[in-house]
Design a protein around this ligand. Structure first.
Ligand SMILES: Nc1ncnc2c1ncn2[C@@H]1O[C@H](COP(=O)(O)OP(=O)(O)O)[C@@H](O)[C@H]1O
Ligand SMILES: [Mg+2]
Length: 384
């Protein structure tokens, strides 16, 4: 039975989160309306327009219902242009794409936007876990109907891979290295044959991939070794390493943009002033790198302090301030949330934060209000 793809059928109202193709529909439509260059078969946009969609920075004037309208294409992914270009070229080729990197570097985010721009659908996704089976990957059966009627094409339930093949779309395979080798092997046959065999069906027992089908997989480099990709699978993927954002300014910009977008959902009266976002990003960065701006060496905790964590702390600090505090986010709000994000399993990680407060925050607190309130906040939290 064809899967009803509700994600692309309604407008997504009343959802906690909308897929990229719905949230950024206006931008995608504007790009499509002026895009008349060649593109790979079944792609919604040309490779150049996909790149513009991901990197942003253009204004496009189109006509919507007879009225002229200018749509700004916002930046989605902050990173090297060459990384995004290589990703797009790979997806147009015979090889699949694997985005590798530390957790929270925007791999899933980039993969979602690539799928939205190229296929108009980012929801054909498999989450790799230790429990992922070949059935989650390929297809399963409606057991009750198979008992009554036997295996027929109507009783087959296609998994996202099969749907993506039939529709010529991209499949997203998240956390691919978490899957057991058997499941990874099933992917080898999908990638090399571009077909799935259904031996249970008496005839017409092959599903062939349409042009446009390809796979974007993601893998955390911290997880590598859990189930490392087999040599056969490695050969079929182009690896693209997604680095941690290189410069401090860009990281502040990412946190600002994403936190503002995500906070809109809550409609809070609380403001998050730019210096607060700068402070959060700086603390994460310096502790992550084990070195302050002034060159002071710092203890590094066992947790990864990614850009994504900084976004999380910004949002939670804003929520805390608006529920239990005042109109603006204060140092105490940040301090409480930063502790939770630095000290996860290992209580010794608290030492890293304590040291940071003493060596770095205290000095900056002397002539800076925001740093002062952060320093006081950390002292309070540590004392408790
Ligand atoms: N380079 C980046 N550009 C844009 N957003 C980023 C970047 N790095 C991290 N983020 C943000 O961090 C959040 C988490 O990223 P995610 O894609 O889930 O990380 P990963 O899959 O690498 O663990 C997303 O909201 C994303 O917007
Ligand atoms: Mg991810």
């Amino acid at each position: 039975m064809p899967r009803k793809n509700t994600a692309t059928q309604d407008k997504g109202a009343g959802r906690l989160r909308q897929p990229a193709e719905i949230q950024y529909r206006e931008q995608l439509q504007a790009l499509a309306s002026v895009d008349d260059t060649d593109r790979p078969e079944n792609w919604r946009l040309s490779p150049a327009s996909v790149l513009t969609y991901i990197l942003g920075g253009e204004k496009i004037t189109t006509t919507v219902k007879g009225k002229k309208k200018t749509v700004e294409i916002t930046r989605k992914f902050y990173g090297d242009r060459s990384i995004v270009e290589r990703a797009i070229v790979t997806l147009a080729s015979d090889r699949a794409l694997l985005l590798v990197g530390e957790p929270g570097t925007g791999k899933s985010w980039l993969s979602e936007h690539l799928a939205a721009a190229i296929s108009g659908d980012s929801t054909l996704t498999i989450q790799g876990t230790a429990g992922t089976t070949e059935e989650h990957l390929k297809y399963s059966w409606n057991v009750a109907r198979v008992i009554a009627e036997g295996p027929t094409a109507d009783n087959l339930i296609p998994a996202p891979t099969m749907i993506a093949m039939q529709q010529g779309r991209l499949l997203r395979f998240e956390e691919s290295t978490r899957c057991v080798p058997d499941v990874q092997d099933a992917l080898v046959s999908v990638l090399s044959d571009k077909a799935i065999a259904i031996p249970e069906l008496p005839d017409a027992n092959m599903v062939w991939a349409k042009p446009g089908f390809n796979i974007i997989a993601t893998a955390n480099s911290r997880d590598q070794g859990v189930n490392e990709l087999s040599a056969a699978l490695k050969r079929r993927f182009n690896y693209i390493h997604i680095p941690v954002v290189a410069d401090a300014k860009t990281e502040v910009q990412i946190v600002k943009q994403r936190a503002t977008e995500l906070l809109q959902r809550y409609a809070l009266p609380t403001k998050v002033p730019p210096p607060v976002i700068e402070l959060i990003t700086t603390v994460f960065r310096e502790i992550r790198e084990g070195k302050s701006k002034e060159g002071v060496s710092l203890k590094q905790p066992s947790t990864t302090l990614s850009t994504a964590e900084a976004i999380g702390v910004t949002i939670e600090s804003a929520l805390r301030a608006s529920y239990f505090g005042g109109d603006t986010v204060a140092g105490e709000d940040i301090a409480r949330n930063i502790v939770g994000s630095i000290v996860k399993e290992d209580l010794n990680d608290l030492a890293a934060l304590k040291e940071y407060a003493k060596l770095i925050a205290q000095k900056r607190a002397a002539n800076n209000k925001v740093w002062n309130s952060f320093y006081q906040g950390v002292q309070q939290v540590i004392r408790q």
